[in-house]
Write a new protein. Structure first.
Length: 386
């Protein structure tokens, strides 16, 4: 009796700078499992692979992804473009060390397909695959709506890319990739549970009641990604002082200090609030809301729009450079309001709650049909089985 053929191995490379890369990798792994693909999928934390050459840990006692997350915690994002150039310089200086670490990892734990869901390091990632695993396909999967060249997502060494917007695909072509190397899908990777939530119908009132909120009161979700933001308390205070007919769901992420401050304020505020720390229930919380206030991160923006939530975001010198296109895209497609500062938040909410405005924005969001999480495994199958 013939033995079953071994499962093909797919490695999904991520890191924890910001949290969105791990979430995207998990979403993709879940979709692969739901589609019953005959693959052995594993998540690989790039930070751990490169730990032996982490010059940030040697110099400052903290690794690169934790340093980045601390900047997000404290809101120290002004001048991020300059910091990114410094980072790219350090990455170039340690390129040989990156190759040594990655080649050793691939030889010890080979895979039949390598998928990079991280920016900045793709030159070393793809070179290491070619050296350690000749003939093995590798691909860069952008978790941003657009590249931020040079040396962010797309490198000359990139053998294939998966882009979630036509704009990113155009950038890949401009970087010199051939049409057969560029694969375009209908959006960003989303948690597969969001599709089940959307299919369950409109049950906002019941969800709000289960969260301890008023079932019929307009609800804003305040979300700044997995790392949270120091702006959460300011936003809650502004909206409480406005006396708008509103209630809030505030997701503080891993920022425990900010969560404590927001909880203390919520206890004394007349504005109904539900305060969460880091949550695995974002699809449920989005299903309970009417609109979202936050930063223009690609993951949270895409999740909100899939849940038909109009957006209120900032775009200014403090906005991360790789996220500024997202804010422009929101404005151009009339998916919400883009502010120079949350100092103008209360007038913006007034505008969003004007008769017919919220529903108009919701229709624009509903017109976006993002099936990327189901489309990407099809592309990966073609790369595995050319």
């Amino acid at each position: 009796m013939a033995s079953a053929s071994p499962l093909k191995s797919v490695a999904l490379l991520y890191f924890d700078a910001g949290g969105g890369h791990r979430a995207a990798a998990r979403a993709l792994a879940q979709a692969i499992a739901l589609q019953e693909r005959p693959w052995a999928t594993r998540l690989v934390n790039l930070q751990e692979v490169l730990l032996p050459i982490d010059i940030f840990r040697r110099a400052f006692g903290i690794n690169l992804q934790d340093l980045y997350n601390q900047l997000l915690f404290r809101g120290y994002t002004l001048g991020a473009g300059g910091m990114l150039k410094l980072l790219h310089g350090l990455i170039r200086l340690t390129h040989r060390g990156q190759l040594r670490c990655l080649e050793a990892y691939w030889r010890a734990q080979p895979a039949d397909l390598i998928v990079s869901l991280v920016p900045n390091f793709n030159r070393a990632i793809h070179q290491s695959v070619r050296r350690a695993l000749p003939g093995t396909p590798s691909v860069t999967l952008l978790t941003d709506l657009a590249d931020y060249p040079p040396h962010f997502w797309i490198e000359p060494e990139t053998p294939a890319v998966i882009c979630g917007t036509p704009h990113a695909a155009e950038q890949a072509a401009a970087a010199g990739l051939r049409p057969d190397q560029i694969h375009t899908v209908s959006g960003m990777l989303l948690d597969p549970r969001l599709y089940a939530t959307a299919a369950a119908g409109d049950n906002r009132a019941a969800l709000r009641s289960s969260l301890g909120l008023w079932p019929d009161l307009t609800t804003a979700l305040v979300l700044f990604g997995g790392m949270g933001s120091s702006r959460m308390l300011e936003i809650a205070q502004r909206l409480a002082q406005s006396r708008l007919p509103l209630q809030l769901i505030l997701v503080c992420g891993h920022n425990q200090r900010q969560e404590q401050r927001v909880r203390q304020f919520a206890q004394s505020s007349s504005l109904p609030m539900r305060v969460e720390g880091y949550s695995h229930e974002i699809p449920r919380l989005m299903a309970a809301a009417d609109f979202m206030i936050g930063k223009p991160g690609p993951g949270s923006v895409s999740e909100a729009l899939h849940s038909r939530l109009p957006l209120i975001v900032e775009r200014n010198a403090w906005t991360l450079p790789q996220e500024r296109y997202n804010a422009d895209w929101i404005r151009e497609n009339e998916l919400g309001l883009v502010l120079r500062s949350f100092e103008a938040l209360v007038p913006a909410v007034h505008q969003l709650l004007a008769p017919g405005a919220l529903e108009r924005f919701r229709r624009r969001a509903a017109a976006i049909q993002n099936r990327a999480v189901w489309e990407i495994p099809v592309i990966l199958d073609r790369l595995l089985n050319p």
